[in-house]
Design a protein. Structure first.
Length: 255
């Protein structure tokens, strides 16, 4: 919910509103019985199922992050973090015609990305320093033109500059409250890197995603890994939050 009056809103960057209030974060959201919204916040999606509609916002985060990094056909994009946000970034990297490389700590998530999302190039991050060498092998030594960190880990975000190719763009879509530090002269300055933040999404992103789902260019079915009816949710929910359960997105059906 943006004010439409501040400097950012006047420039069309409502996602960065100085008085931004996110539903379910700064104000009551989807768990309320009734929700009053201005019509400008509604996006017609009459051709989509409820399950497809539920994924539009998640995909919008990835859409906006890719817009910030602006990869083009033929470029390589490294996505760090294979959770829902990282996977949403991969969808729009694919649509941009760029090559996707996915890195994560979990082999289970990488396996899901390979089997369900069609991402062939993956790197298991083991913390032993082999990730950079593997990345060099995959890219022929050039390193990616765009790197997107979707982890929310300040350690990962600081280390991400090492994975960027010369004149590359680094996009932080994950959020941390901790300080992010990285080497300046030997890496960032020498390679003339560009560091970009990505916050939320814009209304045009929602419109685009709805159209892409309608046209079959984005398939939301692999995203829904778990389902429950409302009556069984009290039993299902504790299992869903365990990493080994492999939840990407879970749907609750209210009869």
């Amino acid at each position: 919910m943006n004010c439409q009056r501040c400097f950012a809103c006047r420039r069309g960057n409502s996602n960065c509103c100085e008085d931004l209030k996110v539903l379910g974060v700064m104000m009551d959201g989807g768990m309320t019985e009734r929700l009053l919204l201005p019509a400008s916040k509604l996006h017609p999606a009459n051709k989509l199922s409820l399950e497809q509609c539920a994924l539009v916002e998640t995909l919008a985060i990835g859409c906006h992050a890719v817009n910030r990094g602006h990869p083009v056909a033929g470029e390589t994009v490294l996505i760090i973090g294979a959770g829902p946000i990282g996977l949403s970034v991969s969808e729009f990297t694919r649509l941009a015609g760029a090559r996707t490389i996915l890195m994560d700590l979990s082999e289970q998530r990488l396996n899901f990305a390979r089997q369900k999302m069609g991402i062939a190039d993956t790197i298991l991050s083991t913390g032993d320093g082999q990730e950079l060498e593997m990345l060099r092998r995959i890219t022929g030594g050039d390193l990616p033109q765009v790197t997107v960190d979707a982890t929310g880990s300040n350690k990962s975000m600081g280390n991400a500059v090492n994975y960027c190719g010369f004149t590359g763009r680094l996009v932080f879509v994950g959020i941390t409250q901790a300080e992010v530090t990285f080497p300046h002269a030997p890496v960032m300055h020498r390679r003339e890197l560009t560091i970009l933040a990505s916050r939320n999404a814009l209304p045009a992103d929602f419109t685009r995603i709805i159209r892409l789902i309608e046209e079959g260019k984005i398939d939301t079915r692999p995203w829904i890994t778990h389902q429950s009816n409302f009556e069984d949710l009290i039993v299902a929910f504790p299992e869903w939050i365990k990493p080994e359960t492999g939840v990407i997105k879970a749907m609750v059906h209210v009869n």
